[in-house]
Design a protein around this ligand. Sequence first.
Ligand code: ADP
Length: 702
Amino acid sequence: MRCKFEEHYVKSGRGGRKLDEVRDKYQKACRKLHLTHNEYVLLLCEAAEFEKDFRTVLLPGLLEHQQSQQEAFISTWKQILNDIASNSDLTSEKFKEIQKRIEVSIELIKPCDEYKDFTEKHKTTPTEPVKFTFDESLVEDSAGKLLPNQLTVDNLTVEWLRTKLNDLEASIKENQEKRTTITSSHEGVVNGKTTPNSEVNNRLSSSSIDLSKKEINELKCQERKMQKQTDLIKSALNELGCEEAPAACDLSIDNQTFISNSPEQGNGSESALSKRSIFERQRIVNMLRKPFRRKSAPSSPIAPPRTKGRRDSAPRSEGGEPVSATANKSLVDEEWFHGVLPREEVVRLLTLDGDFLVRETTRNDECQTVLSVCWGGHKHFIVQTTAEGLFRFEGPAFPSIRELILYQFNSGLPVTSRSGAILYKPIPRERWELNNDDVVLLDKIGRGNFGDVYRAQLKNSNEIVAVKTCRVTLPEDHKKKFLQEGRILKQYDHPNIVKLIGICVQKQPIMIVMELVPGGSLLTFLRKKATNLTEGQLMKMCMDAAAGMRYLESKNCIHRDLAARNCLVGYNNVVKISDFGMSREEEEYIVSDGMKQIPIKWTAPEALNFGKYTSLCDIWSYGILCWEIFSKGSTPYSGLSNSKAREKIDSGYRMPAPENTPDEMYRLMLRCWEYKPENRPNFEQIYTVVETLCAAYRVSFC
Ligand code: ADP
C-alpha cells in the first residue's frame, strides 16, 4: 500500500482525489499491521508470565492438592477400618450368638428328608415288559433239525457251542474278579469314612461308593445275562453227554452207492427195535449176559463178505467166557474195531438196532475213540478219559477201551441213560477193510492228488498191488473224498475198470489198495511208446475204454474225469479206466460248489456252462480221449488257453483229426463233440461202432 501511495504521489504531483483514497488505504493497512504487532507483543508477554507461574506456582500447588486429597482418603479408610474392627469382634457375645444360630440351622439339614419323596414323585408308571419270543416260522422248513428256542447241538455247531461256553465262563470269571476288586475298594472307602478331619473326603467317598454300587449292579446284570446263556449251552451239551454230536446233514453221496454186496441188508429205519419179535428180544437179552469173542481174522483180505442183518450171526462166546480171559488183546486186534473208517461208512454198516462198532476220529488234532451204535438212528459215543487215565462212558471206568466195550456189551446196560442204546451185535470189518500192517509198500510208482502211489505187496497172499496213499496232513474232508474212489470202485468188476482190493483205514495213512496195472498211466504210455503202436492197436485202446465206459454207463456211474491221464495200461496194452475220485453214481449230477479243478478241455459244454453232468458228458470226454490216443498223447487244443478253447468250442470249433486217424474214428469223435448232449451217441452205440472198426482192422485182442 505504501508503494501504491508513492506511485500516485509521483504521478499526481502530491494532490487529487485518487491520491487521497490511496493515502487512506495506506494508512488503514498501516494501522492494521501495527495493531497486530502490538497484540503479538502482548501475547508473548502473557505467555512468558504464564509459563513462569505454571512452573513456580501452579504445578507445586497441584502436588500439594493431591497430597491433601490422599490424606483425606486415608482418613476415610481409617475411619471405615475402625468401624469394622469394632463391629467384628469374634469374642463379642453378639457374634457368638449368631454363630450358634448358624450351627443349629446346619444341623437341621437332613439329606434323606429333603429327598424322601423324590423317587415317588419322579417315578414313571412301569411299562409292560417286552417279551422276546422265537419266531417259529423261521424254522418251519428245517425239517425238525432246528427247534424253536432250542439250541441245536450237532457236528456243525458243537465246537462253536463249546468255544462259546468257554468264552462265557471266562467272561463271567473276569466279571466276578472285577466285582470283588470294586467291592474291596468300596469297603476301604467305607472304613476310611471314620477317620477324623475328613469332612470333604467323606463327601467324595460317598459319591464314589455310589458309583461303585452302580458299577457293581451293572456287572451283576451282565453276569446274570451270561450265566443264563451258559446254563442254556451247558444243558444242551450235557444232554449230549459222551455222545458224539449227531450229523447236521446227511452227507453220504448216495445210499445205494455204498450198500454192501449182501442181499439181506435191510433198511436201517425199518429195522427199529419195535419191529423185532418178542422172541428175538428175549434171545437178545440172553445174549447180553454173555461176553463176545473176537472172530478170527480173515485169512485173506479178499475173503467173501460176511452175511449181515441177521442176529444169529452175532459173534459171541457160547460158553459165557469171562471178559478177563481175553483181556490181554488190544483194541485194534478186534474185528469190530474199524480204525479211521469215515462216519458215513460206519452208518452204512450199522443197520439193525444194537449193531455197533468202534472207530477212531480226529477232532482238533486230537484222536478220539468213538463207539458207534445203531439205536433208532445212529449214535456215536466218544470214549471219555478220566483223570486217572481210565476209560468210561457214564458207568464204571476201565483201564482199556476194549474192556469198557466188553463191559458195555456184557452188562446189557445202555451206554448212556439218555440214548438208551444197548450193544447187541459187534459188526466186524468188511472184507474191504484191510489192516494197514497187511500191506508192505515197495516203491513209488506215481503221484496222485492226495498222496503218492506205491507198488506194494500184500503180506497174506504175496500179491503185488498198487497202493494209493492219502497224506496224513490232509484235512478230514479231503480224506473222505479220497476214500470216495474206494467206495465207488468196490462195486465194480470189469476187465476195463481198475479193480479195488481194499481200503486200509486201521490207522494213518489211509490207503486204497488196487490191482497193479503194470503199464502205468495211458498218457505217459502214449507219449513214450505210441510210435510203435499200429492204428489197429490204438483203435483197440479206444474199444477197451468204450467197454469200460459202457459198463459204468450201465451202472449209472458218471466218471466226470475221463482222460488219458486217468486210464491205466495193463498187460497186452489193455486200457483200464481209473481215478474215480470225481465219479458219481447218479443219472444226473449238478455241481453247485464252484467249478474248481475242472479239466476244462475234457469237459462237455453243458457241464462247464450249467454244472450239469450226465453220462453224455463222459461221451464228450471219451471223444477227447480217442483224440489223445490217436495224437499219441498230445495235449488237446494245444496253444489255446482253457478259456480260449471253451470260447472256440461254444462258437462251433472242433479239433481237427490227428494224423493217421481213420475217417470213421474221426467221425465218431465229432459225434461225441455234438454241442447238444442229446445228439451224442451213448457208450453202447460207441462200443458197437468201435468194435466193428476194430474187427475191420483185424486186431488180435489177445
Ligand atoms: P489221483 O487219483 O490221486 O490223482 P491217480 O489215480 O492219477 O491218482 O494216480 C497217480 C499215478 O499213479 C497214475 O498216473 C499212475 O501212474 C499211478 N497209478 C495209479 N493207480 C495205479 C495202478 N492201479 N496201477 C499202476 N499204477 C497206478
